[in-house]
Design a protein around this ligand. Structure first.
Ligand SMILES: C[C@H](N)C(=O)N[C@@H](Cc1c[nH]cn1)C(=O)O
Ligand SMILES: [Zn+2]
Ligand SMILES: [Zn+2]
Length: 474
């Protein structure tokens, strides 16, 4: 692998520049006004796939969605293949080219969609840098390196890049089930690089994800915003109703207050308890990542359990609420409260949506308000836990040992990648998560970054993983 590693090192600046090009496309899937940018990012990837000589490039359009009052086309799922040699294993890699929203005013030190490489810290800042643009590009740079060196790729590579992951992967499951016996027919294993190391120093291999169910509570009353001096105390205020209901969802110490929510949670087993010993993680890691000491739990074990294997409920925001500076005395006519639940084995999105709806409606009824409540559950992605005793994990472990000269921690992830379980169920093949970024990368947050070290060593890791997949006994 020395020639591959040397090539990757020698092309570092090129990889940084191209990541900068990708970051400059604000492919925010959750914002209707940026839908054309999501399409532009998909087209940018397609151009790269063509340039690199991928074959069977297909763009699957998942259909339409209504978002923020607009009917929009869903961005393409981009499929492409490199190599079709029946004597080689076929690896399917998945990633997403959409990103979370970001505004400089949220507290970014640089413009979020203009990449900045801080040479003194080695950090590359920009929305999507770690989630998930550097990882998806890295698969392409592996192919490019092999081509430049005149080396054969040890496997057939299939890519599946989507543009809606940050918004519930709408339409993707149908495409995967439809293509299971055609495009994905010969796939032997799946690798996803779209999560993060547990800390900042030790690489990880990830075998579990929580699911995510997203909810919106719309309360509307008066036909228009009102003067609080004229109407305060005389009308039911939508915001007062909403705040009351939202306060009945979760306690400040993280307990979910929805009756029945913990009923299906799998009990902690003795074997599972042992997995929490010896992980390279301290509470300081989480304090550094959050730049605060606001953790709820006293021990590492409890903290990780509440990230990995217990459900959590987070309140995200209130659309329609007055939030600008100043002291405007308005009664908002319509507000939409947003929250999500991260789910775990053996919870299902269907059951969660059912009990959340019952709880919210019963709390609203108690208010005897004359306002109107509309409950929506627009996204429901399932959790995933994998068997780590198979050759896909063996190959990835060995690749990590070769590149980083250390054994990885086996981790679960508190976040969600809804398609993971879909691949496992539709293709009946092992799926693993091979993270590139660090816990303090700030995915979804302000000042998202990836360290240059993680980007460059990550490209080497992906190349080595493909070599190990070809080499391990199956
Ligand atoms: C872990 C992955 N990189 C990620 O960020 N996933 C999102 C997926 C999502 C967002 N909305 C709905 N699903 C996440 O875990 O929030
Ligand atoms: Zn992601
Ligand atoms: Zn994300």
């Amino acid at each position: 692998m020395e020639s591959v590693y040397a090539h990757i090192d020698a092309n570092t600046q090129k990889y940084i520049d191209r990541l900068g090009e990708a970051i400059a496309i604000p492919s925010i899937s959750g914002d209707a006004s940026h839908r054309s940018d999501v399409f532009r990012m998909g087209a940018w990837l397609k151009t790269e796939l063509v340039r690199l000589g991928f074959s069977a490039i297909e763009e699957h359009l998942p259909g339409k969605q209504t978002l923020q009052g607009h009917e929009l086309d869903l961005p393409p799922v981009v499929l492409a293949t490199f190599g079709e040699d029946n004597n080689k294993p076929t690896v399917l890699v998945y990633g997403h080219y959409d990103v979370q929203p970001a505004l400089k005013d949220d507290g970014w030190k640089y413009e979020p969609f203009q990449m900045v490489h801080e040479k003194e810290t080695g950090r590359i800042y920009g929305r999507g840098s770690t989630d998930d643009k550097a990882p998806i590009l890295s698969w392409l740079w592996v192919v490019e390196a092999y081509k430049a060196l005149g080396k054969e790729l040890p496997v057939n590579l299939k890519v599946c890049f989507e543009g809606m992951e940050e918004s519930g992967s709408e339409g993707l499951d149908d495409i995967i089930f439809k293509e299971a016996d055609r495009y994905f027919k010969n796939v032997d294993c799946v690798c996803i690089s779209d999560n993060y190391w547990l800390g900042t120093k030790k690489p990880c291999l990830t075998y579990g994800l929580r699911g995510v169910s997203y909810f919106m509570l719309e309360i509307h009353g008066p036909a228009k915003d009102l003067h609080s001096g004229v109407f305060g105390g005389t009308v039911h205020e939508p915001m007062t109703d909403l705040i009351h209901i939202m306060s009945k969802l979760v306690s400040p110490d993280g307990k979910i207050l929805i009756p029945g929510i913990y009923d299906d949670v799998a009990p902690v087993t003795e074997d599972e308890n042992k997995l929490y010993q010896g992980l390279d993680f301290t509470l300081t890691d989480i304090h550094n990542a959050t730049e605060s000491e606001t953790t709820i739990h006293e021990s590492v074990r409890d903290t990780l359990m509440h990230r990995w294997r217990f459900p959590s409920l987070s309140l995200h925001g209130i659309e329609g609420a007055f939030y600008a500076p100043g002291a405007k005395t308005v009664i908002p006519a319509k507000v939409i409260g947003k929250f999500s639940i991260r789910s775990v084995p053996n919870q299902t999105p269907e059951r969660i949506a059912e009990i959340v709806k019952t709880h919210v409606e019963s709390e609203f009824k108690k208010l005897k308000s004359r306002n109107t409540l509309k409950f929506e559950a627009p996204q429901g992605g399932k959790c995933w836990v994998a068997d780590v005793n198979n050759w896909n994990f063996v190959a990835a472990r060995s690749a990590i040992e070769k590149v980083f000269k250390t054994s990885p921690d086996l981790t679960r992830e508190g976040g969600s990648i809804p398609v993971t379980l879909t691949f496992q169920e539709a293709l009946n093949k092992s799926v693993l998560l091979l993270p590139m970024g660090r816990s303090d990368d700030g995915a979804h947050s302000t000042n998202e970054k990836i360290d240059l070290f993680n980007y460059i060593e990550g490209i080497k890791l992906l190349a080595t993983y493909l070599e190990e997949v070809a080499a391990v006994p199956k």
